[in-house]
Design a protein around this ligand. Structure first.
Ligand code: CA
Ligand code: CA
Ligand code: CA
Ligand code: CA
Length: 356
């Protein structure tokens, strides 16, 4: 910001201009080489316009209470920056529901998201949902888990038809494929053999019998609508990380997670690209919240071995729980956006000390 603008402070009058000899610009051969490539460098920077996902490649929600609701079934709501509601109550104005188990969304960026060691804690991307703390308690959340998978456009055709690698959640088995599961649905709501039991829960475009698949986070702590830290209510370390719709999305400009905006002028592209430390309970100062992950956490689901991806072009988010709560309805992830994390925005654990 230009602090002097509009303050009524006047600059002193300029001295009369005198004709001066034009300075000679001296450049070394090395500097000349840099100047020659500068226009190309600037053009490549201009080509990467958005730190947020820009394209929906697929959207196939599983049955759920919001899948026919236009407020929640438009996948374009996952593009661009999220709209956060804070830690107590979500903002539901910019979300897309994935519905029940196996419902999924595939997004792309206008550039490759890189595994960048310059990023805070090596965290490369952030997924935003509408999770909140239960009564403000950071170890108890209303959270509806979705697994995160990433892929690189290995065959370079612009399509997400390449191998998917799963972001490893600590609770997953050594071979994540062991938790891959399929759920059968049908549109006969009077026959309890296959869900759903409510015709309003059938996603548009589906009829007869069909199925969805995903990694099934079957047991405690994931199954219910309230997700509690397995390390206990006084824990300072997160036992769960690497899933989406787990950490609240803060109000834009709330730099200390107290639901009061501190910096009303910050841009979403700055605020929602600063990752939260996913290992520490609570939200890192100056982060916008959401669930950050390191591309290095991605593994080959068939072997459990690291995928060693240099980056990703596509991200797939899939509801990973299969539960219907009598009060809250089906447990289904909602997504508000995905960000490419910005390097060096946060250094909360680094204290710079000068030698005496
Ligand atoms: Ca990384
Ligand atoms: Ca491809
Ligand atoms: Ca605040
Ligand atoms: Ca955290």
């Amino acid at each position: 910001m230009d602090a002097a603008r509009g303050t009524g402070v006047h600059a002193p009058p300029s001295p009369p201009r005198r004709s001066q000899p034009r300075p000679t610009l001296r450049v070394t051969p090395r500097e000349l080489r840099v100047l020659r490539v500068l226009p190309f460098l600037l053009a490549s920077v201009a080509a990467a316009q958005s730190p947020f996902a820009t394209q929906v490649l697929a959207y196939d929600p599983a049955p759920g209470q919001f899948v026919q609701n236009p407020q929640f079934n438009d996948p374009a709501r996952a593009l661009g920056p999220p709209i956060g509601g804070g830690t107590i109550a979500p903002d539901n104005t910019k979300l897309v529901t994935l519905g029940g188990f196996g419902g999924c969304l595939v997004l792309a960026f206008d550039h490759r998201v890189l595994d960048d060691p310059q990023n805070f804690m090596g965290l490369d991307a952030i997924v935003f949902g509408n999770a909140v703390y239960v009564a403000g308690h950071p170890n108890r959340r209303f959270a509806e888990a979705a697994t995160i998978e990433i892929a690189i456009d290995a065959n370079n055709n612009g399509l997400a038809d390449d191998p998917w690698y799963v972001i490893r959640v600590p609770q997953m088995p050594a071979v994540p494929a062991d938790w891959w599961a399929t759920r059968i649905w049908d549109d006969n709501t009077s026959d309890p053999t296959n869900p759903p039991a409510n015709p309003a829960w059938i996603p548009p475009g589906h009829s007869g019998t069909w199925q969805t698949s995903g990694y099934f986070l079957s047991s405690t702590p994931f199954a219910g609508p309230i997700l509690q830290n397995p390390l206990g209510l006084t824990a300072t370390t997160e036992a769960i990380r690497g899933i989406a719709d787990h950490t609240p999305t803060l109000l834009l400009g709330d730099t200390n997670a107290d639901n009061v905006v501190d910096d009303a002028s910050i841009a979403p592209a700055d605020f929602y690209t600063a990752p939260d430390d996913p290992v520490t309970v609570g939200i890192t100062p100056r982060s916008g919240g959401g669930d950050a992950f390191d591309i290095a956490w991605a593994v080959d689901p068939a072997t459990g071995q690291p995928a060693n991806l240099p980056g990703f072009d596509f991200i797939r988010l899939t509801t990973a729980v299969d539960a219907v709560d009598p009060l809250f309805g089906e447990v289904s992830a909602e997504i508000a956006g995905v960000a490419d994390a910005a390097p060096h925005r946060i250094r909360p654990h680094v204290t710079v000390r000068f030698a005496r």
